[in-house]
Ligand binder design. Structure first.
Ligand code: PSU
Ligand code: MN
Length: 307
């Protein structure tokens, strides 16, 4: 293990785990501050940390507090991110500014990957990835999550990407960037609320051990960068594609009418979908994060066991 970067602050639990080579799983914080309403967001964050511990790994929720990148948060830190409406959404381009200004920031997939890698963490669990937005040929709106996956050595477990994005273009971009896209236990790439998307799985795996083997092969060959591990939502929690499709179309129309742009797009759409489904989307979202936490802990254990 390399020594964690001096600008990071690790909790004792995470620092100890990294020294002992106990499996560690990183978690992002934009999903808490901008992805779900309060207080379900803090309940979800706390529960997911518990699931990771139950499955033999140490959780490290990542955020920036008072300008300090934190690897692992206590209950107070989680509450602050969940309840304070003024926490900034921080992707990679925002990190220097938020650190220099000593602000609080909730990290996206991209920024969380970067900080996790700096700390020496290789497995990261979230809900959904950012990607290529619909209409990107006009707006150029492609999430920095994709460019980060091209360069930073972290495996990211998600339930795929929401169809607020252009899933086909997102998969094309990941191919161009050389990012392996593994789908756990399915021949179809999942679309967050639904197990299918109409797009085939670029690569199928059926166990955490197989994922760990692909991670080891990739980095062993000197192929730097991340991996997408897409874990379809459990069947019992799925929202049928037709039903959520109508809701997403309506949310996109509402967004256009309000003229929302740039980094506010994803948080607006996530919030609007919760409103339009009267909370049903939130229940599904929490269920899929739980499932991802179980898979992520298992992958971290398998990867650690390879030595
Ligand atoms: N998609 C989701 N839930 C989320 C996000 C995306 O289904 O919470 C968050 C993640 O933090 C992701 C970020 O990294 O939104 C992407 O934002 P943007 O599209 O602005 O890059
Ligand atoms: Mn964007």
């Amino acid at each position: 293990m390399t020594t964690p970067h001096p600008m990071l602050r690790l909790t004792d639990e995470v620092a100890q785990a990294l020294r002992d080579r106990t499996p560690v799983v990183a978690l992002e914080s934009t999903i808490i501050s901008h992805g779900m309403p309060y207080p379900q967001n803090v309940a979800m964050a706390t529960e997911v940390e518990g699931i990771i511990r139950e499955h033999g790994a140490v959780p490290a929720t990542i955020a920036v507090l008072d300008g300090v990148p934190r690897i692992g948060l206590d209950a107070e830190g989680l509450e602050l991110l969940a309840g304070d409406g003024n926490v900034t959404k921080v992707s990679v381009r925002d990190l220097p500014f938020v650190v220099a200004r000593r602000m609080h920031g909730a990290t996206t997939v991209a920024a969380t990957m970067r900080l996790a890698a700096l700390a020496g963490i290789r497995v990261f669990v979230t809900g959904g990835l950012g990607g290529v937005h619909r209409g990107a040929e006009r707006t150029f709106d492609v999430s920095a999550d994709l460019t980060e996956l091209a360069t930073t050595d972290v495996a990211v477990v998600s339930a795929g990407v929401k169809s607020i994005l252009d899933i086909g273009l997102t998969l094309e971009k990941l191919e161009t960037l050389g990012v392996p896209v593994l789908v756990n236990g399915s021949d179809e790439f999942p679309s967050f609320y639904s197990r299918g998307s109409g797009h085939g799985a670029p690569m199928r795996v059926d166990s955490a051990a197989e994922v760990a083997a692909v991670m080891a092969a990739k980095w062993g060959l000197g192929l730097s960068g991340g991996l997408v591990v897409a874990n379809p939502i459990p069947e019992a929690d799925e929202i049928p594609a037709e039903r959520i499709g109508v809701i997403i179309a309506r949310a996109l129309d509402d967004m256009a009418a309000l003229g929302i742009q740039g980094k506010d797009i994803t948080p607006y759409l996530l919030g609007r979908i919760v409103e339009l489904t009267e909370g049903a989307s939130l229940t599904a979202n929490i269920a899929l994060v739980r499932a991802n936490a179980r898979l992520g802990a298992a992958i971290a254990k398998e990867y650690a066991a390879r030595g």
